[in-house]
Design a protein around this ligand. Structure first.
Ligand code: ATR
Length: 287
């Protein structure tokens, strides 16, 4: 049970729409379990109102907030500073107050790496990885994998130019990573799948009944792993195919929980109880 006092610190999430967000449930579960004087609320902010809304949050003394679609990049000009990680991928998912300054962070990358470790037992160091997609989620994933010492990253995107611009962004920053590009054509993917350690889906394919029609997953070597950032449905067609083949695989629930844990620690200085955010998310999704 959360008790509101005159000193309660307000946390929240800025997005549009934001009604579907699972973040209030998982953060408030951690706040309640720890018995600390915080509350986490949704802030629905239309795109054209982002600047005034951030100024309002600043002046109201809101303690910290998450940022979600469609504001993750658009918010940067309204902040005072961004962390190296956030600057690198041009996206902020967590804002923390630093004295009078609003500082943008990105915990998605750390959350992704934590989930790879916990849910797949996977360490990117020295690994070859095929990333499907080149949007915002892919930027965060490729930055995190590169920073964690991946040896080779292949970016396969439907729109070739977008894949190329992602690779051009990171090539000068991560000289030790061998970047290459691919289409989503089965003929081209076959060769990559035979040589990689991990396949990551960062696209929205798998939501709302969508699927990759011709992904030649059978070519993935037997020790290869599959990570799908989609978490609803819990088992996408890609994950179902991976499971049928006996491959180690995971959905994006662990990443959502881990980025939340990292944000919570940034704001409160306290680690949330281990596993609580993940359990809360699972309960919310099942309910
Ligand atoms: P996010 O921030 O969630 O990554 P985004 O920036 O809109 O969202 O990026 C969506 C990604 O999913 C892109 O890589 C997109 O491919 P395009 O660059 O070609 O648009 C990919 N994507 C979305 N729907 C897709 C589909 N049906 N098939 C293949 N890729 C798809």
């Amino acid at each position: 049970m959360i008790r509101i006092t005159g000193k309660t610190r307000v946390l929240g999430i800025v997005g549009w729409p934001v009604g579907h967000s699972l973040s209030p449930a998982m953060h408030n579960a951690a706040i309640a379990a720890l018995g600390i004087d915080y509350i986490y609320v949704p802030f629905p902010v239309e795109p054209e109102c982002l600047g005034p809304a951030v100024e309002g949050l600043r002046r109201l003394g809101v303690w910290g907030f998450n940022v979600t679609i469609p504001h993750k990049s658009a918010i940067i000009p309204f902040l005072d500073r961004v962390s190296r990680e956030a600057g690198l991928c041009g996206a902020v998912n967590t804002v923390r107050r630093d004295g009078d300054l609003l500082v943008g962070h990105n915990t998605d990358g750390a959350g992704f790496l934590a989930s790879l470790r916990e849910d797949l037992g996977f360490d990117p160091r020295g690994a070859a990885i095929l990333v499907l997609g080149a949007g915002g989620a892919a930027l965060g994933a490729v930055a995190a994998l590169s920073g964690a010492g991946a040896a080779r990253i292949i970016v396969a995107n439907r729109t070739a130019e977008r894949g190329a611009s992602l690779v051009e962004r990171f090539r000068p920053v991560f000289g030790g990573v061998g970047f290459s590009l691919s289409s989503l054509c089965p003929g081209e993917l076959v060769g990559h799948l035979r040589t990689i350690d991990l396949l990551v889906n960062t696209t929205s394919v798998g939501m709302n009944g969508t699927r990759f029609e011709d992904l030649p997953l059978a070519e993935l070597r037997s020790g290869g792993r599959v990570y799908d950032m989609v978490y609803a449905p819990a088992e996408t067609p890609l994950l179902a195919a991976a499971r049928e083949r006996g491959l180690t695989c995971a959905n994006g629930l662990g990443m959502l929980a881990s980025q939340g844990e990292a944000a919570f620690s940034l704001w409160t200085g306290i680690e949330p109880p281990a596993g609580l955010m993940k359990i809360t998310l699972r309960r919310e999704l099942e309910g």
